[in-house]
Structure formats: structure tokens, C-alpha cells
Ligand binder design. Structure first.
Ligand code: OFO
Length: 182
């Protein structure tokens, strides 16, 4: 009879496995949403914003994969999420970045809620793992706010939108995508 090659011992409790799988859904949704935004920007000629968002989408997939590895290595089972309800069209470039910021605020809240549960259940290993996400979220929110400020500082009239798109192209994603999930 075939033996299971993986040790049945788990360091992850069931509640934490569920919460991390929910976070996988959020990261997958971030990646899909930013891909959709990148595509819309490209069709509208906002090429720098588009490149920025394509790259950001890749990064979010990296965040999701990092969770996959952690969950599985801790004895749980990471589940490929169903991603639905992705918005494909936007009223303006400003709306795109307003949605990025709103989404990142939600992701930060979700990470913080899981960190709270780690402390309550004394899961210090997952607590430590999640510190990377805590730092990442602070940087991502700052970046989204900075992008939105450009609309107020530069203004959207005349060559304003063109200039904003150029400036967004100069912004760096917080952590260049490094596939460190392996
Ligand atoms: Fe995964 O950092 Fe944004 O959502």
C-alpha cells in the first residue's frame, strides 16, 4: 500500500489554515484586479500606468504563491481560489488608483485581523511569517496614496493626465517582484 510521503504532523491549526486560504483569495483577487486595470489603461493609452499595474499584478501573484508555500509546508492545504467579480472598465485613470487604494486598505485590514488571531491562538510561527505582509501593506498603501496625490498636485486638465501617467511610470513597486516563494 502506498505511503503518504508527507509527514501528517501539522503546525497550522484548522482555523489558521482557513484564514490563510481566505488571504490567498484576496491576493489572487489583487493580482486579477490589477491585471484588469493594466489592460484598461493600455487600451486608453496610459502606457506607463499600464506597465506599473502589469508589474503590480505579478507581484500580487507572488504574494499569493508565498502563502501557498507556507500553508502547504506547515501541513495545511492551499486552495487555488475562484476569482470572480473583476471590474473591467473604469470611468477614469483617477478611479483606477482610487480603487487600488481602497483595495489595499482592505488587504491591510485582513492581514491585521489574521495577525490578531495569531496572537490570540499563540501561533507565533504564522505571526512571524505575516510580518513580511505587514511591512508590504504599509508600503503599498503609501504608494497608492502617492499616486492619488499626483492627480491633486498636477491636475487633470491639458497635459495634466499625460504628466500624471509619466509620473506613475517613475514610481517603483514597493518590492520588485522576486519569486522568493520557493
Ligand atoms: Fe499583496 O499586497 Fe497588495 O494587495
Amino acid at each position: 500500500m502506498k505511503q503518504n510521503l508527507i509527514t501528517p504532523k501539522r503546525s497550522l491549526n484548522k482555523e489558521m489554515e482557513k484564514l490563510l486560504n481566505e488571504q490567498i483569495v484576496m491576493e489572487g483577487k489583487s493580482s486579477a484586479s490589477y491585471l484588469s486595470m493594466a489592460s484598461w489603461c493600455e487600451t486608453k493609452g496610459y502606457n506607463n500606468s499600464s506597465e506599473f499595474l502589469y508589474k503590480h499584478s505579478d507581484e500580487e501573484r507572488g504574494h499569493m504563491l508565498k502563502l501557498f508555500k507556507y500553508v502547504n509546508q506547515a501541513g495545511g492545504h492551499a486552495i487555488q481560489p475562484e476569482i470572480t467579480e473583476i471590474k473591467h472598465t473604469f470611468k477614469s485613470l483617477r478611479e483606477v488608483f482610487e480603487e487600488v487604494l481602497q483595495h489595499e486598505i482592505q488587504v491591510t485590514k485582513s492581514i491585521h485581523d489574521i495577525v490578531d488571531r495569531c496572537l490570540a491562538s499563540k501561533d507565533y510561527t504564522t505571526f512571524n511569517f505575516l510580518q513580511w505582509y505587514v511591512v508590504e501593506q504599509r508600503e503599498e498603501e503609501t504608494m497608492a496614496r502617492r499616486a492619488l496625490e499626483l492627480f491633486d498636485i498636477i491636475g487633470e486638465d491639458g497635459v495634466g493626465l499625460w504628466t500624471i501617467d509619466q509620473e506613475i511610470g517613475k514610481m517603483h513597486n514597493p518590492q520588485d517582484f522576486v519569486p522568493d516563494h520557493r
